[in-house]
Ligand binder design. Structure first.
Ligand SMILES: *Cc1c(COP(=O)(O)O)cnc(C)c1O
Length: 387
């Protein structure tokens, strides 16, 4: 048993500046969607090189209004990776559309463009790629497929604030891109998200859908220039972001280059330490991309070990290190199996990846001494149980 304090799996990089910004928003008297949200949208749009950004209450809500704004619904099929967080798929089901799972590529754990091409049918309307861990999907290939079949591209960029594919920032690529500012993400506001798009009409519809389908937003209603009158022009959602999380987001956005530099340094330290270990398969960065390192997904080479992934996790826990696993494949969840008839064995790369994946702690506030403990303990466990 380790004497040093437990290293939690995740800890948000929240400091005095975030606290002061949230307090200032509280004291300003404007706590719902207002000037700080507008400022946050503009600053985020500038970061990712998108002409428009609409702040939302979560990435999940952002994906759902993006599907709605693109009129995707019953009868439509949407391609989505089998290896993702559940909400990439629940949003499709919520719209009454049909999710069509696609297996991932072994190298980057992202949707496999060739498998996606095989999954296209006359009903396919959109593709919903997920930039796993912060590693960019092969967007050039996916966009070529989308063009060929007239598909919309809606990206789940929950892990991909800061990710670049070639010279394009994620957020400036697909028809719509949804980001997450959930507590564990690279840029955190507790709960929150952003949808970016280059299409002005789509941005207007996203904004409207995020607030009841109202013809003007609350922000305009209560200013000196506003009036109480508004219209409801379609049945919208309630998915707007408030000014308190936006105030935190503005601080996080300013700190992002430093926070990302620290993530990058930790990931590179892990990669260097694990590269020579026969039982460890560290994540590779696809050339020409910039990884956001939201996660550090270490894969085990199980054929080189006498223990399975869960036993490895238990050993890390005993050594004082918290971990997580990303992801339980979508077709393992009972609802999806019953509703869509998916079976174990259907998506073999996703299944194999799940069986051998451990997400190690990776966050800016990890001290160098903690990073070294994670390295030492991980290597020690791998060697002790080598086959
Ligand atoms: C976190 C996450 C989401 C959901 O983000 P929320 O902001 O919590 O809705 C969606 N997709 C992926 C891949 C995620 O990791």
């Amino acid at each position: 048993m380790s004497e040093a304090p437990f290293i939690p799996y995740n800890r948000p990089a929240m400091g005095d500046e975030e606290a002061a910004a949230a307090a200032a928003a509280v004291r300003s008297g404007w706590i719902t969607t207002g000037p700080r949200v507008r400022e946050f949208e503009e600053a985020f749009a500038a970061l990712v090189g998108a002409p428009h950004a609409v702040a939302v209450s979560s990435c999940t809500a952002g994906l759902e209004i993006a599907l709605a704004a693109l009129d995707i619904g019953p009868g439509d099929e949407v391609l989505v990776p089998a290896y993702t967080f559940a909400s990439s798929v629940t949003v499709i089901a919520q719209r009454g559309a049909t999710p069509v799972l696609v297996d991932i590529s072994e190298d980057d754990c992202n949707i496999d463009p060739a498998a996606a091409a095989r999954a296209v049918t006359p009903r396919t309307r959109a593709i919903l790629p997920v930039h796993f861990a912060g590693q960019a999907c092969r967007m050039t290939d996916l966009q070529a497929l989308a063009r060929q079949h007239g598909l919309r591209t809606i990206e789940d960029a929950a892990h991909a604030t800061w990710t670049r594919d070639g010279d394009r920032m994620v957020g400036s690529i697909g028809d719509a891109t949804a980001f997450s500012f959930y507590a564990t993400k690279n840029l955190a506001t507790g709960e929150g998200g952003m949808v970016t798009t280059a299409d002005a009409a789509l941005a207007d519809r996203l904004r409207r859908l995020s607030l009841h389908g109202m013809s003007r937003d609350a922000w305009a209603r209560y200013t000196a220039a506003g009036t109480y009158r508004y219209d409801i022009v379609e049945p919208g959602y309630k998915a707007n972001l408030g000014d308190i999380p936006a105030a935190i987001g503005l601080v996080q956005l300013r700190r992002l280059p430093q926070l990302q530099a620290r993530r990058e340094a930790i990931a590179q330290r892990f990669n260097a330490a694990f590269a020579g270990e026969p039982a460890l398969d560290p994540p590779a960065e696809r050339p020409g991309t910039r990884h956001a390192w939201h996660l550090y997904p270490l894969r085990l080479r199980l054929e080189r070990l006498r223990i399975d992934r869960d036993t490895f996790i238990a050993a890390l826990r005993t050594a004082g290190i918290g971990t997580s696993v990303h992801f339980i494949p979508i077709h393992y969840y009972s609802y999806f199996r019953q509703r869509f008839g998916w079976r174990a064995g259907d998506y073999p790369v996703a299944e194999r990846t799940f069986e051998r994946e451990i997400s190690l702690p990776l966050y800016p506030d990890l001290a160098d001494e903690q990073v070294e403990r994670i390295v030492e303990q991980t290597v020690a466990i791998a060697r002790e149980h080598a086959r």
